[in-house]
Design a binder for this molecule. Structure first.
Ligand code: NAD
Length: 277
Protein backbone atom coordinates (compact mmCIF):
# COMPACT_ATOMS: atom_id res chain seq x y z
CA UNK A 1 0.00 0.00 0.00
CA UNK A 2 1.48 3.34 -1.04
CA UNK A 3 1.39 5.96 1.71
CA UNK A 4 0.43 9.45 0.57
CA UNK A 5 0.77 12.83 2.23
CA UNK A 6 -1.51 15.68 1.16
CA UNK A 7 -0.58 19.32 1.73
CA UNK A 8 -3.26 21.98 1.50
CA UNK A 9 -5.58 19.23 2.78
CA UNK A 10 -8.43 21.62 3.62
CA UNK A 11 -8.23 23.52 0.33
CA UNK A 12 -10.49 23.02 -2.68
CA UNK A 13 -8.05 20.64 -4.38
CA UNK A 14 -6.70 19.07 -1.17
CA UNK A 15 -10.18 17.92 -0.12
CA UNK A 16 -10.70 16.35 -3.56
CA UNK A 17 -7.33 14.60 -3.32
CA UNK A 18 -8.31 13.13 0.07
CA UNK A 19 -11.54 11.88 -1.55
CA UNK A 20 -9.59 10.37 -4.47
CA UNK A 21 -7.14 8.68 -2.08
CA UNK A 22 -10.05 7.27 -0.09
CA UNK A 23 -11.60 5.86 -3.30
CA UNK A 24 -8.41 4.14 -4.48
CA UNK A 25 -7.56 0.77 -2.84
CA UNK A 26 -3.87 0.98 -3.84
CA UNK A 27 -3.11 4.01 -1.70
CA UNK A 28 -3.73 5.24 1.83
CA UNK A 29 -3.59 8.65 3.45
CA UNK A 30 -0.76 8.77 5.98
CA UNK A 31 -0.67 12.49 6.70
CA UNK A 32 -2.52 15.67 5.91
CA UNK A 33 -1.00 19.13 6.32
CA UNK A 34 -2.34 22.68 6.40
CA UNK A 35 -0.78 26.09 7.03
CA UNK A 36 -0.19 27.09 10.65
CA UNK A 37 -3.14 29.49 10.95
CA UNK A 38 -5.67 27.13 9.36
CA UNK A 39 -8.96 26.50 11.23
CA UNK A 40 -8.76 22.88 10.11
CA UNK A 41 -5.75 21.92 12.27
CA UNK A 42 -6.55 18.92 14.47
CA UNK A 43 -9.63 17.95 12.45
CA UNK A 44 -9.83 14.56 10.73
CA UNK A 45 -8.84 15.04 7.06
CA UNK A 46 -11.56 12.62 5.92
CA UNK A 47 -14.26 14.53 7.77
CA UNK A 48 -13.04 17.81 6.27
CA UNK A 49 -13.13 16.18 2.81
CA UNK A 50 -16.62 14.80 3.40
CA UNK A 51 -15.75 11.08 3.26
CA UNK A 52 -15.97 10.34 7.00
CA UNK A 53 -13.25 9.80 9.60
CA UNK A 54 -9.97 8.36 8.28
CA UNK A 55 -8.02 8.60 11.54
CA UNK A 56 -5.63 11.21 10.10
CA UNK A 57 -5.67 14.55 11.91
CA UNK A 58 -4.62 17.62 9.91
CA UNK A 59 -1.24 18.83 11.15
CA UNK A 60 0.80 21.96 10.46
CA UNK A 61 4.06 20.01 10.14
CA UNK A 62 5.24 17.63 7.48
CA UNK A 63 8.58 17.22 9.22
CA UNK A 64 8.08 14.05 11.27
CA UNK A 65 5.45 12.36 9.13
CA UNK A 66 6.07 9.18 7.15
CA UNK A 67 4.91 8.93 3.55
CA UNK A 68 6.05 7.64 0.15
CA UNK A 69 4.73 10.46 -2.05
CA UNK A 70 3.54 13.98 -1.24
CA UNK A 71 0.70 15.43 -3.29
CA UNK A 72 0.92 19.20 -3.21
CA UNK A 73 -1.81 21.71 -4.14
CA UNK A 74 -1.00 24.84 -2.12
CA UNK A 75 0.87 28.03 -3.00
CA UNK A 76 4.21 28.48 -4.79
CA UNK A 77 6.08 29.42 -1.57
CA UNK A 78 4.75 26.42 0.35
CA UNK A 79 5.46 24.14 -2.60
CA UNK A 80 9.15 25.10 -2.63
CA UNK A 81 9.49 24.50 1.13
CA UNK A 82 7.80 21.12 0.85
CA UNK A 83 9.94 20.19 -2.15
CA UNK A 84 13.10 20.91 -0.11
CA UNK A 85 11.66 18.75 2.68
CA UNK A 86 10.98 15.86 0.27
CA UNK A 87 14.49 16.09 -1.16
CA UNK A 88 16.06 16.05 2.31
CA UNK A 89 14.10 12.90 3.22
CA UNK A 90 14.22 11.14 -0.15
CA UNK A 91 10.44 11.28 -0.72
CA UNK A 92 8.73 11.55 -4.10
CA UNK A 93 6.41 14.41 -4.95
CA UNK A 94 3.47 15.33 -7.20
CA UNK A 95 3.18 19.10 -7.69
CA UNK A 96 -0.15 20.48 -8.87
CA UNK A 97 0.38 24.03 -7.58
CA UNK A 98 0.53 26.57 -10.39
CA UNK A 99 2.00 30.06 -10.61
CA UNK A 100 5.60 29.11 -9.71
CA UNK A 101 8.08 31.75 -10.89
CA UNK A 102 10.87 30.68 -13.22
CA UNK A 103 13.55 30.51 -10.47
CA UNK A 104 11.21 28.28 -8.42
CA UNK A 105 10.67 26.01 -11.39
CA UNK A 106 14.41 25.87 -11.87
CA UNK A 107 14.85 24.85 -8.21
CA UNK A 108 12.25 22.10 -8.66
CA UNK A 109 14.20 20.89 -11.68
CA UNK A 110 17.40 20.81 -9.60
CA UNK A 111 15.71 18.89 -6.78
CA UNK A 112 14.44 16.34 -9.31
CA UNK A 113 18.06 15.31 -9.77
CA UNK A 114 17.68 13.56 -6.40
CA UNK A 115 13.99 12.61 -6.15
CA UNK A 116 11.18 11.78 -8.58
CA UNK A 117 8.82 14.71 -9.13
CA UNK A 118 5.74 14.85 -11.33
CA UNK A 119 4.77 18.46 -11.99
CA UNK A 120 1.86 19.44 -14.20
CA UNK A 121 -0.31 22.55 -14.37
CA UNK A 122 -3.27 20.34 -15.16
CA UNK A 123 -3.63 16.71 -14.16
CA UNK A 124 -6.79 15.85 -16.07
CA UNK A 125 -6.54 13.18 -18.76
CA UNK A 126 -8.78 15.23 -21.08
CA UNK A 127 -6.62 18.34 -20.86
CA UNK A 128 -3.49 16.32 -21.48
CA UNK A 129 -5.11 14.85 -24.59
CA UNK A 130 -5.90 18.44 -25.67
CA UNK A 131 -2.22 19.36 -25.14
CA UNK A 132 -1.43 16.64 -27.65
CA UNK A 133 -4.12 17.81 -30.10
CA UNK A 134 -2.96 21.45 -29.87
CA UNK A 135 0.57 20.36 -30.75
CA UNK A 136 -0.70 18.41 -33.77
CA UNK A 137 -2.88 21.34 -34.88
CA UNK A 138 -0.06 23.89 -34.63
CA UNK A 139 2.34 21.58 -36.44
CA UNK A 140 -0.18 20.87 -39.21
CA UNK A 141 -1.43 24.44 -39.72
CA UNK A 142 1.95 26.09 -39.42
CA UNK A 143 2.24 29.87 -39.55
CA UNK A 144 -0.94 30.43 -41.61
CA UNK A 145 -3.25 30.46 -38.59
CA UNK A 146 -3.42 32.98 -35.74
CA UNK A 147 -3.38 31.34 -32.32
CA UNK A 148 -5.29 32.66 -29.31
CA UNK A 149 -5.65 30.87 -25.97
CA UNK A 150 -8.71 31.71 -23.89
CA UNK A 151 -9.26 30.43 -20.37
CA UNK A 152 -11.93 30.85 -17.66
CA UNK A 153 -11.74 30.06 -13.93
CA UNK A 154 -13.56 30.70 -10.65
CA UNK A 155 -13.32 34.03 -8.86
CA UNK A 156 -10.79 32.76 -6.28
CA UNK A 157 -8.00 31.91 -8.71
CA UNK A 158 -5.00 34.16 -8.06
CA UNK A 159 -2.70 33.53 -11.04
CA UNK A 160 -3.42 34.38 -14.65
CA UNK A 161 -3.19 33.25 -17.30
CA UNK A 162 -3.70 29.80 -15.82
CA UNK A 163 -0.75 27.42 -15.73
CA UNK A 164 -2.67 25.25 -18.20
CA UNK A 165 -3.10 28.13 -20.66
CA UNK A 166 0.63 28.85 -20.47
CA UNK A 167 1.34 25.18 -21.07
CA UNK A 168 -0.83 25.27 -24.22
CA UNK A 169 1.21 28.32 -25.25
CA UNK A 170 4.52 26.53 -24.66
CA UNK A 171 3.37 23.57 -26.76
CA UNK A 172 2.20 25.56 -29.77
CA UNK A 173 5.22 27.89 -29.57
CA UNK A 174 7.54 24.89 -29.52
CA UNK A 175 5.79 23.36 -32.56
CA UNK A 176 6.12 26.65 -34.47
CA UNK A 177 9.72 27.20 -33.42
CA UNK A 178 8.83 30.39 -31.52
CA UNK A 179 10.03 31.52 -28.11
CA UNK A 180 6.86 32.04 -26.06
CA UNK A 181 8.39 34.91 -24.06
CA UNK A 182 8.97 36.83 -27.32
CA UNK A 183 5.55 36.14 -28.85
CA UNK A 184 3.06 36.01 -25.98
CA UNK A 185 0.48 38.85 -25.85
CA UNK A 186 -1.50 39.05 -22.60
CA UNK A 187 -4.87 40.74 -23.13
CA UNK A 188 -5.42 43.79 -25.37
CA UNK A 189 -6.70 47.26 -24.64
CA UNK A 190 -7.01 50.57 -26.47
CA UNK A 191 -5.27 51.03 -29.84
CA UNK A 192 -3.27 47.83 -29.63
CA UNK A 193 -2.69 47.90 -33.39
CA UNK A 194 -3.16 45.07 -35.87
CA UNK A 195 -2.35 41.60 -34.70
CA UNK A 196 1.21 40.46 -35.30
CA UNK A 197 1.06 37.21 -37.27
CA UNK A 198 3.38 35.35 -34.93
CA UNK A 199 1.67 36.52 -31.73
CA UNK A 200 0.28 33.92 -29.33
CA UNK A 201 -2.55 35.67 -27.49
CA UNK A 202 -3.86 34.93 -24.00
CA UNK A 203 -7.19 36.03 -22.52
CA UNK A 204 -8.43 35.25 -19.00
CA UNK A 205 -11.96 35.27 -17.64
CA UNK A 206 -12.61 35.09 -13.86
CA UNK A 207 -15.99 34.51 -12.29
CA UNK A 208 -18.30 32.42 -10.15
CA UNK A 209 -17.46 28.77 -9.58
CA UNK A 210 -16.07 27.91 -13.03
CA UNK A 211 -13.78 24.91 -12.38
CA UNK A 212 -11.64 25.46 -15.48
CA UNK A 213 -12.16 25.99 -19.21
CA UNK A 214 -9.54 26.31 -21.96
CA UNK A 215 -9.86 26.97 -25.66
CA UNK A 216 -7.04 27.04 -28.19
CA UNK A 217 -8.38 29.02 -31.14
CA UNK A 218 -6.58 28.67 -34.47
CA UNK A 219 -8.01 31.25 -36.84
CA UNK A 220 -7.17 31.23 -40.54
CA UNK A 221 -8.67 32.84 -43.65
CA UNK A 222 -12.10 31.29 -44.17
CA UNK A 223 -11.99 28.76 -41.34
CA UNK A 224 -11.14 28.36 -37.70
CA UNK A 225 -10.51 25.49 -35.34
CA UNK A 226 -11.22 25.46 -31.61
CA UNK A 227 -9.79 22.86 -29.26
CA UNK A 228 -11.86 23.25 -26.10
CA UNK A 229 -11.80 21.49 -22.75
CA UNK A 230 -14.25 22.15 -19.91
CA UNK A 231 -13.78 20.75 -16.43
CA UNK A 232 -16.94 20.35 -14.38
CA UNK A 233 -15.36 18.69 -11.34
CA UNK A 234 -12.03 19.02 -9.51
CA UNK A 235 -12.07 15.24 -9.06
CA UNK A 236 -10.59 14.87 -12.54
CA UNK A 237 -7.43 16.71 -11.33
CA UNK A 238 -7.38 14.84 -8.01
CA UNK A 239 -7.69 11.38 -9.60
CA UNK A 240 -4.92 12.33 -12.03
CA UNK A 241 -2.70 13.41 -9.12
CA UNK A 242 -3.21 10.07 -7.34
CA UNK A 243 -2.48 8.24 -10.61
CA UNK A 244 0.74 10.30 -10.93
CA UNK A 245 1.71 9.45 -7.33
CA UNK A 246 1.34 5.70 -8.00
CA UNK A 247 3.20 6.01 -11.32
CA UNK A 248 6.17 7.89 -9.86
CA UNK A 249 6.90 5.04 -7.42
CA UNK A 250 8.63 3.37 -10.42
CA UNK A 251 11.20 6.17 -10.57
CA UNK A 252 14.00 7.08 -8.19
CA UNK A 253 14.58 10.56 -9.58
CA UNK A 254 13.70 12.84 -12.50
CA UNK A 255 11.19 15.50 -13.50
CA UNK A 256 8.07 14.22 -15.21
CA UNK A 257 4.74 15.58 -16.38
CA UNK A 258 1.32 14.07 -17.02
CA UNK A 259 2.29 13.29 -20.60
CA UNK A 260 4.85 10.90 -19.12
CA UNK A 261 2.34 9.49 -16.61
CA UNK A 262 -0.32 8.91 -19.27
CA UNK A 263 2.11 7.77 -21.97
CA UNK A 264 0.77 10.41 -24.36
CA UNK A 265 4.19 11.53 -25.55
CA UNK A 266 2.97 14.88 -26.79
CA UNK A 267 5.42 15.96 -29.45
CA UNK A 268 7.74 18.66 -28.19
CA UNK A 269 6.12 18.76 -24.75
CA UNK A 270 7.84 16.92 -21.95
CA UNK A 271 11.42 17.77 -22.79
CA UNK A 272 10.62 21.42 -23.47
CA UNK A 273 8.64 21.71 -20.28
CA UNK A 274 11.49 20.23 -18.31
CA UNK A 275 13.97 22.66 -19.76
CA UNK A 276 11.65 25.64 -19.24
CA UNK A 277 10.57 24.82 -15.70
P1 NAD B 1 -7.11 26.70 -2.16
O1 NAD B 1 -6.75 28.08 -1.75
O2 NAD B 1 -8.51 26.26 -2.06
O3 NAD B 1 -6.22 25.65 -1.33
C1 NAD B 1 -4.87 25.83 -1.04
C2 NAD B 1 -4.67 25.30 0.37
O4 NAD B 1 -3.27 25.30 0.67
C3 NAD B 1 -5.36 26.16 1.44
O5 NAD B 1 -6.20 25.34 2.24
C4 NAD B 1 -4.20 26.74 2.24
O6 NAD B 1 -4.51 26.93 3.61
C5 NAD B 1 -3.15 25.66 2.04
N1 NAD B 1 -1.79 26.11 2.34
C6 NAD B 1 -1.23 27.32 2.09
N2 NAD B 1 0.04 27.34 2.56
C7 NAD B 1 0.28 26.13 3.11
C8 NAD B 1 1.39 25.55 3.77
N3 NAD B 1 2.53 26.24 3.95
N4 NAD B 1 1.29 24.27 4.20
C9 NAD B 1 0.15 23.57 4.02
N5 NAD B 1 -0.96 24.06 3.42
C10 NAD B 1 -0.89 25.33 2.97
O7 NAD B 1 -6.58 26.54 -3.65
P2 NAD B 1 -6.94 25.37 -4.70
O8 NAD B 1 -8.05 25.81 -5.57
O9 NAD B 1 -7.02 24.07 -3.99
O10 NAD B 1 -5.63 25.42 -5.63
C11 NAD B 1 -4.33 25.17 -5.09
C12 NAD B 1 -3.32 25.20 -6.23
O11 NAD B 1 -3.56 24.12 -7.14
C13 NAD B 1 -3.38 26.49 -7.07
O12 NAD B 1 -2.07 26.83 -7.44
C14 NAD B 1 -4.18 26.06 -8.30
O13 NAD B 1 -3.91 26.85 -9.43
C15 NAD B 1 -3.66 24.65 -8.46
N6 NAD B 1 -4.50 23.74 -9.25
C16 NAD B 1 -3.84 22.86 -10.03
C17 NAD B 1 -4.55 21.90 -10.73
C18 NAD B 1 -3.79 20.87 -11.54
O14 NAD B 1 -4.43 19.99 -12.17
N7 NAD B 1 -2.46 20.90 -11.55
C19 NAD B 1 -5.95 21.86 -10.66
C20 NAD B 1 -6.60 22.79 -9.83
C21 NAD B 1 -5.86 23.73 -9.12
Amino acid sequence: MIKLAVTGAAGRMGRCVVQAVHANPDVELSCAVEREASDSLGLDAGVVAGVGGLGVAIDSELAEQFFDVLIEFTTPGATLNHAEHCRARGRRMVIGTTGLADPDKERVRELSGEIAIVMAPNMSVGVNLCFHLAGVAARTLGNDFDIEIIEAHHRHKVDSPSGTALRFGEIVASELDRNLDDHAVYGRRGRAGPRHRSAIGFSSVRGGDIVGEHCVLLAGDGERIEITHRSSSRMTFASGAVRAAIWCMQHERGLFDMQDVLGLNCSGSASDLKSSR
